[in-house]
Design a protein around this ligand. Structure first.
Ligand SMILES: Cc1cc2nc3c(=O)[nH]c(=O)nc-3n(C[C@H](O)[C@H](O)[C@H](O)COP(=O)(O)OP(=O)(O)OC[C@H]3O[C@@H](n4cnc5c(N)ncnc54)[C@H](O)[C@@H]3O)c2cc1C
Ligand code: SF4
Length: 331
């Protein structure tokens, strides 16, 4: 194990300043991703700053306008069990419950979850294989290697990895915002802009920089929130990352869709919103399966499967349809 020094933060401003000034310092919350990365030598920080003692960051608040504010230090299991989260946004509760294991969810924080790094086996391998995310400029072993679990949307020659977070898919579908405090104050990052596409700099996963602390995730009131569902397909039924997943929420007039929100997981370097499908689904009847399928297909013209993952193109459309139908049954 890589040796490191551990200290504890009790003041957000000091924690942010320490992080901004020291590129070898990393925040640690539950440690369930960071310590694994350190064991695999994919992250080698010299100093860890435990942020669990920072005040007011573990609260889950049901806002009067119908939205939610979820503290970055709230545990996944607490958020999944919260009655207002379950009532207002079942898609978020389900995105959490289908992730990891009970023990991990008790330990893992919401901020850490949306910051977790890819599960690309080449990136996580203890042996130093070419990986541009791990060592920029070394190449991408997955591009022409075994890429069954990799991206079909938005990838680049530099990296074809996918984002592993389940709840991030639900947040992207519901247009959540990540509330970040830095040296110059607080800012709100739309969830769909929080994670990056790989481009030529796959080593950067998110819009955050040194000295940025996630304090909360805010979910605006959404009429599509209550009739929403998260569906995850994986190689085994428990304790496994998504092969493909979908978060869907809808509002209807009778049986016709007034508005739909759909995002996919397991298909890109970030949660992938199906914006073309969302437009095409307006006014479609929930009983017209062929029309629902055609509307979803409009978002797949830009799919670019790799050598081993062409099956994801069909699977993702089926998962999106099923998630939408289940959301429809909750109207
Ligand atoms: C075996 C296993 C199976 C798993 N299965 C799933 C799954 O199916 N679905 C899923 O979604 N997840 C899964 N996970 C991932 C798990 O959900 C994450 O490891 C966890 O959510 C990370 O939270 P943490 O608090 O432990 O983060 P940490 O490990 O403490 O931190 C992770 C990263 O986030 C940064 N960080 C933490 N908090 C903040 C903050 N407030 N501001 C800025 N940066 C911060 C840290 O510096 C670090 O870089 C699995 C993990 C394991 C080990
Ligand atoms: S897909 Fe990305 S993470 Fe995986 S080997 Fe290629 S560069 Fe590394």
């Amino acid at each position: 194990m890589h040796p490191f020094a551990l200290s504890r933060a009790d003041d957000p401003a000091k924690a942010i300043a320490a992080h901004a000034e020291d590129p070898q310092l990393a925040f640690i919350a539950g440690g369930s991703d960071l310590l694994g990365l350190m064991k695999d030598r994919a992250a080698l920080p010299e100093r860890l700053l435990d942020i669990n003692g920072l005040p007011d960051m573990a609260r889950i608040e049901a806002l009067p306008d119908g939205g939610l504010r979820i503290g970055a230090l709230a545990r996944m299991s607490d958020v999944a069990a919260d009655t207002e989260v379950r009532r207002r946004f079942p898609v978020i509760a389900e995105g959490l419950l289908f992730a990891a294991s009970g023990q991990l969810r008790n330990m893992a924080s919401m901020g850490g979850n949306i910051m977790q790094r890819t599960r690309c086996a080449y990136f996580r391998d203890e042996d130093p294989l070419p990986c541009n995310k791990r060592r920029p400029g070394s190449g991408c072993s997955a591009l022409h290697g075994f890429n069954r679990n990799h991206a079909i949307f938005g990838w680049s020659e530099a990296c074809v990895a996918t984002n592993p977070s389940d709840v991030a898919v639900a947040f992207a579908a519901m247009d959540a915002n990540v509330i970040v405090r830095g040296r110059t104050g607080e800012r709100s990052i739309p969830f769909t802009e929080f994670h990056r596409l790989p481009g030529t700099t796959p080593e950067r996963d998110t819009a955050l920089g040194q000295g940025d602390l996630i304090v909360a995730i805010e979910v605006p009131p959404r009429v599509e929130g209550r009739a929403s569902h998260y569906l995850k397909v994986r190689d085994r039924q428990s304790y496994e990352f998504a092969l493909v997943s979908a978060a869907a929420g809808i509002a209807t007039a009778g049986r016709r869709i007034r508005s739909a929100r759909i995002a996919l997981g397991g298909v890109a370097h970030k949660p992938w919103r199906l914006t073309a499908a969302e437009s095409a689904l307006r006014r479609v009847s929930l009983d017209d399966i062929d029309a629902l399928k055609s509307a979803i297909a409009t978002s797949f013209t830009e799919a670019r499967p790799l050598a081993h993952n062409a099956f994801k193109v069909e699977l993702a459309q089926r998962v999106a349809l099923r998630a939408l139908e289940t959301a429809g049954a909750r109207v």
